[in-house]
Structures are given as C-alpha cells and as structure tokens.
Design a protein around this ligand. Sequence first.
Ligand SMILES: *[C@@H]1O[C@H](CO)[C@@H](O)[C@H](O)[C@H]1NC(C)=O
Ligand SMILES: *[C@@H]1O[C@H](CO)[C@@H](O)[C@H](O)[C@H]1NC(C)=O
Ligand SMILES: *[C@@H]1O[C@H](CO)[C@@H](O)[C@H](O)[C@H]1NC(C)=O
Ligand SMILES: *[C@@H]1O[C@H](CO)[C@@H](O)[C@H](O)[C@H]1NC(C)=O
Ligand SMILES: *[C@@H]1O[C@H](CO)[C@@H](O)[C@H](O)[C@H]1NC(C)=O
Ligand SMILES: *[C@@H]1O[C@H](CO)[C@@H](O)[C@H](O)[C@H]1NC(C)=O
Ligand SMILES: *[C@@H]1O[C@H](CO)[C@@H](O)[C@H](O)[C@H]1NC(C)=O
Length: 455
Amino acid sequence: MISRANPIPILVLFCLLHSTEETCPSMCLCTSDTVSCSSSGLTKLPKSLPTFSITLDLNHNHLSWLGARSFSRMSRLEKLWMAHNQMSSLTYGLFQNASSIRYLDLSSNKLQVVEQHYFQGLWRLEELMLFNNKITQVEAGTLSSLSSLKKAYFSLNQLTNFPFFSIQDHSHPFLTMLDLSSNRMTHLPWEDLKALPSLLQRGLFLHNNSLICDCSMYSVFWHWDLRGYDTLRDFTEEHTCSIYGDPRASIQFLRHTRFFNNCTMERAVSQPVTVLLSKVLVTEGQRVRLDCQTSLSSANLSFTWLSPKQGIITQYNIDDTLMSMFANGTLEIQAAKVNDSGLYVCTAMDIIQVLNATREINVTVLLPAAESFNTGYTTLLGCVVTMILILIYLYLTPCRCSCCKQPKPPAIPVATYDPGNLTSTADQHKIHRNKHVAFMQPMLSEEGLEWTHES
Ligand SMILES: *[C@@H]1O[C@H](CO)[C@@H](O)[C@H](O)[C@H]1NC(C)=O
Ligand SMILES: *[C@@H]1O[C@H](CO)[C@@H](O)[C@H](O)[C@H]1NC(C)=O
Ligand SMILES: *[C@@H]1O[C@H](CO)[C@@H](O)[C@H](O)[C@H]1NC(C)=O
Ligand SMILES: *[C@@H]1O[C@H](CO)[C@@H](O)[C@H](O)[C@H]1NC(C)=O
Ligand SMILES: *[C@@H]1O[C@H](CO)[C@@H](O)[C@H](O)[C@H]1NC(C)=O
Ligand SMILES: *[C@@H]1O[C@H](CO)[C@@H](O)[C@H](O)[C@H]1NC(C)=O
Ligand SMILES: *[C@@H]1O[C@H](CO)[C@@H](O)[C@H](O)[C@H]1NC(C)=O
C-alpha cells in the first residue's frame, strides 16, 4: 500500500516540517535525541531548537539571559546542561512548560540569589547543580516544589545559611544528597539539621565552611561520625572550625577533639553523654578516687557509677568498704586490684532540669613491682636478681627468655589522671567500648592534656 503512494509530496511536507520546527542550528550538533551547542560562543538561545531532544547541551557559552518559557517547546527535554555561562539570575517562568527536565546543570555561572520562583514547575527534577556560582542566599521556598529531588549541589558558593527547615521527610522523600561544602557558613541551625530526614543527614556535605567551634556544632558532627557517615570519613581533614571565630585558629575538629572535652553530647538513644574521658593509672593496693565532675554544676545532682566489676554503684552502698561513693559523686576504691581495671562511667543527673552528663574514666591497675619501693636496698636486690637471671640464661640455655620475664615496673606510681603515660592491659569493659570510638585515637595521641582534677 505505502509503496504505491507518490513519495514526493510526503517528502516535501516532511522537509517543510523540519525547516520550520526541527532544524539543527548551524552552530550545534544534533544526533538522534541530543543537541550539543557547547562552546559555540552563544550569547542567546538559538531560535529554533529540535523539539524532540532529550538532552540539550549549552555548556561553555556566554549566555547571560534567557526569556520566559525558553524550553516550552521541547516537551521531552530531560537534561539541560548550562554550566560555564554568565547567568546571574533566572527570569520568571523560564522553565514553564518544561516539566520533563530531570537534570539541570547551572554550575559555574554567576547566580547570586536563588529565588523562590527559579525552579517552579520542575517537579520531576532529580539533580540540581548550582556549584561554583556566587550564591549568597537560597530563598526559603526554592526547593519546596522540587518533590522528586535526589541530589542538590550548592558547593563553592558564598552561602552563610540555608533553609534546612524547608526539607522534611514528606516534602523531599528521595533527597539523599545535599552538598553545601566550601561555603561561608559560620553557624548553622543545628536543631533544624538534627530534624532533617536521616537519609539526608547521611548525605549532607558541610566540610570546608567557616564554622565556629562550639559544642552544639560538635555534637551534631560527633553523632554523624559515630554513625560512620562517608560524608565525614571522606573529608575528615576538610572538616575545620575556628576557635572564637578566629580564622587563624582553625582546627580539624574530627581529629582534634580535645577542644570539645567539656561538651555535653546528647546520645541518639536519648541518653546524653559528655565527652569527658580520662585515664587513671595506679598500682595494685593503692587507693583510687575518681571524681564525677561533668559539665553539670547544679547543687542538686545525683550520681550513678557503672563499674566493670560491681556494676551499678549508687550512693546507697556507701558502706561497701571496697568501693564507696561520696555525696559529691567521687568514687573511692580503697585498695585497687588488677581486676578493678576497666571503664568507669559516672552519670550525673540534674533532676530539676532533666539533664544528664556522663564522665568516663579508663582505669588501669598495674601489678606492684619490687622496685616501686625505690630504696637503695630494693635497687640492689634488683641488680642481684638481674645478675642471677643473666647467669641462669647463660648457663641454662634451654630456658627461653619468656619464661623468666620479670614483671615490668611502672615508671612512677601515679594516682592522678595521667593521659600521656599509659601502657597497660585490662580489657574487661566490652559493654561500653562503643561509647568512645570517636575519641580514643585523638585522646591517646594528644600530649599535654590535663585531667588533674584530684591528686
Ligand atoms: C503550559 O503551562 C501552562 C501552565 O503552566 C498550561 O496552562 C499550558 O497548558 C501549558 N502549555 C502546554 C503546551 O503544555
Ligand atoms: C574550600 O573553599 C574555598 C572557597 O570557599 C575554595 O577556594 C577551596 O578550593 C576549597 N577547598 C577544598 C579543599 O575544597
Ligand atoms: C573544661 O573545663 C575545665 C574545668 O571546668 C576548664 O579548666 C577547662 O579550661 C575547660 N576546657 C575547655 C577546652 O573549655
Ligand atoms: C538520665 O539517666 C537516667 C539513668 O540512666 C535515665 O533514667 C534518664 O532517662 C536520663 N535522663 C535523660 C533526660 O536522658
Ligand atoms: C568529694 O568528697 C570527698 C570526700 O569528702 C573529697 O575527698 C573529694 O575531694 C571531693 N571531690 C570533689 C571533686 O570535690
Ligand atoms: C579480683 O582479684 C582478687 C584478688 O586480687 C580476687 O580475690 C577476686 O576474686 C577477683 N575478682 C574477680 C571478679 O575476678
Ligand atoms: C583503657 O586503656 C587501655 C590502655 O591504654 C586500653 O587498652 C583499653 O582499650 C582502654 N579501654 C577502654 C574501654 O577505652
């Protein structure tokens, strides 16, 4: 049937249609569903663009202004690349009748304020790229109509804040990535951040900003770090904050946690915890006092200790002669034994303000050694024993060194908190190990930390 029809009128009609609607602009390259006009020196949009295109590439041009409904005839347009142009603002209704757009790249332009109307109608938009502009502000309602949004990039701008509150579970159910790194944020509304959908918290990039160190900031990052978010792991060094807002006093706060020692952390499981963490090194038989000084300073505190050996200790077993607690929360171990070693956790509760704060102390009890008496006699004795051991070693070769090892004396018997001088054993505290994964490394490596609350 078709072969019998005269093909010429159809061909003419087809050509006419193409010449009016679907011609490829001379400076562009057109393929089946893609129009590429990148690096074509464009200062305005070509008059006629093929209406069937799915991808329109306008990267690397000099576009500075586009009229309303510029893309309204491209009903299938899904990907619009406009990076590296000169756009400083977007006209009202620019994307009207362009609701099939799913990827929009406006990175490396000159946008300043992202106004509420900019992306109106783009309810199918999944990825929005606005990095490397001059954006100082994102208006509150900007993202509200973008219910399909999955990833949004605002990195490398000049943002000092962001309307986090406009993002909620139901408003953006697919949003898993929000890049706000390399901006100029000093303070953030941390309560709003904590209220973000957890899927988005996991994909929130905030590194390389101008954050000012404080406890509320640290607390949020501490939790994210504890949960092992890649956003923090991948950019540990770029997470910096400045002390007292002085940009010269900038610290990598995921590595150097000692500035936050006095911060109270609210745990995810609604059990607040302070980062106060210290170590005590004693020799067996010594009396140990562990204080429970936390960030709470009310007069009406009640205290609870969790010890590795005795479990929970409250004020009421004060008559326990081995381990007792004073009214001020200080726990006393009369004569420490090696098996008293472990993690001691004190919780101070302010019943009136309904606040909890916790202090953790890693106690290590070492075996006593003859030399610790430190008299001339014991030193002499030590020498004699060593001589005998050497002789035994020389003359009784089958005995390997490991079977005649002496217990190693501690350098100084210490009864104070001494973080720099810790060498020993004790592993009975598996219950609370997870509590300070985030702090053990920095605490161990940082010399010069003072925890001498008592002596
Ligand atoms: C364009 O959008 C307007 C409303 O935004 C709508 O009334 C109109 O029908 C649309 N036109 C086309 C061709 O889709
Ligand atoms: C940090 O941000 C500044 C601009 O705020 C940028 O110039 C710099 O390249 C960024 N550094 C990193 C490591 O991202
Ligand atoms: C933490 O608190 C102690 C005692 O209250 C104080 O001496 C110390 O300076 C504080 N540390 C920081 C980093 O604020
Ligand atoms: C404080 O700790 C106690 C005992 O662990 C707990 O019962 C209470 O719920 C905690 N309070 C808050 C506000 O988390
Ligand atoms: C708590 O009380 C005991 C006994 O009265 C005292 O030895 C200790 O120094 C006190 N600790 C603090 C931190 O005030
Ligand atoms: C701890 O060691 C003492 C002796 O040093 C021993 O009497 C006691 O039973 C031990 N306790 C535990 C729980 O192992
Ligand atoms: C306590 O300190 C010892 C010695 O540094 C260490 O091996 C142990 O893991 C620490 N325990 C906890 C619970 O931090």
